[in-house]
Design a protein around this ligand. Sequence first.
Ligand code: HEC
Length: 140
Amino acid sequence: MFRVIHVFILLFVAVFGLMSLSALAQTPDEVLSGIQSKAKADNPTFQGFSSVRGESFFKQTHGNELSCSACHTGNPAATGKHANTGKVIQPLAPAANSKRFTDTAKVEKWFKRNCNDVLDRVCTSQEKGDVLAYLLTIKN
Ligand code: HEC
């Protein structure tokens, strides 16, 4: 009898664990609309995101040696390589890697770190949204 109860408790924990995990997962479009809300709050004259601006932001350097494409390559559907450590970086474009832009906390953590490397400052919501708009135009 106690065994049966144990099994039920385990099942219960497993099912609820999975449910809360899927509740945390987001789609890249949801991540983008979160960034858009911030961009509107930051700038009352916000005019929307531009994938063209995002592409040049991604490929250009911004005063430092590295650009975004230095690690993520000029083709975000391709596997990248860390410019300093040589470590493999899975593709950044959601079409090529379904894990990308599905977790706001992860997205924000890496935007913060990578923008600091490339620009010596954090990226604005406008810049983040432009980059994501660009990445979403890439088909695998
Ligand atoms: C020095 C190498 C390097 C540079 C330069 C770099 N990145 Fe990254 N980036 C990484 C690594 C390493 C990760 C985390 C490992 C992974 O997720 O594959 C990452 C992850 C990310 C993620 C996380 C996305 C997700 O949902 O998993 C975003 C967003 C990102 N980078 C954007 C940028 C942008 C924008 C720039 C330019 C401002 C940039 N990166 C420049 C190395 C770099």
